[in-house]
Design a protein around this ligand. Structure first.
Ligand code: S3P
Length: 172
């Protein structure tokens, strides 16, 4: 029944490590929603990891795949779309996100992000700059675009996943 509340898709955006994947999983369990992890779908279809796609074909090619997938997903509903951290940087992507449903921006401080990503190998854009200062700089560069894309903004620092989901649902 709760599923009927979601006659559209929820689009999660935000920097690497803000918790898009974790929050998607929780929303999915709570409300029986489908989840589309964009990075995972793209990697599967290309039969390449995200770092390999970046290295072999470049960032623009990857962003084109994101755009195409966002258009494709508009034919669904009851779905949480977990975007890659850079998906909202393209204007065209944001337009396609809006056609999917509500765009939710998750945020966290650079310190929190650092703790969450420091052991991850699959983030090509953080290669060689995995420290709080570099993360803070990249986040600041992106902040305006993230905020412009969002219908709803939720800070995830010092909150449990469940708390984040509750806040999100209240704001929908
Ligand atoms: C990117 C974030 C990554 C992935 C790619 C590019 C970015 O996704 O899409 O490495 O530009 O911020 P996550 O946010 O899931 O790490």
């Amino acid at each position: 029944q709760a599923r009927r509340l979601f006659d559209y898709n929820i689009v999660l955006i935000g920097f690497m490590g803000v918790g898009k994947t974790t929050v998607s999983g929780c929303l999915s369990r709570l409300f029986a929603l489908d989840v589309v992890e964009m990075d995972q779908v793209i990697a599967e279809r290309e039969a390449m990891s995200i770092p390999d796609i970046f290295a072999a074909c470049g960032e623009e090619y990857f962003r084109d795949l994101e755009t195409a997938l966002l258009v494709e997903l508009q034919s669904r509903k009851h779905t949480v779309i977990s975007c890659g951290g850079g998906a909202a940087l393209r204007e065209r992507n944001v337009a396609e996100m809006k056609k999917n449903g509500k765009v939710v921006l998750l945020t966290a401080t650079p310190q929190t992000i650092y703790q969450r990503v420091k052991d991850s190998e699959d983030r090509p854009l953080l290669k060689g700059r995995k420290n709080v200062e570099a993360i803070a700089r990249l986040m600041e560069e992106r902040r305006e675009k993230y905020e412009a894309a969002a219908d709803i903004l939720i800070c995830t620092d010092e909150k449990s996943v469940l708390q984040v989901c509750e806040e999100l649902i209240q704001q929908l």
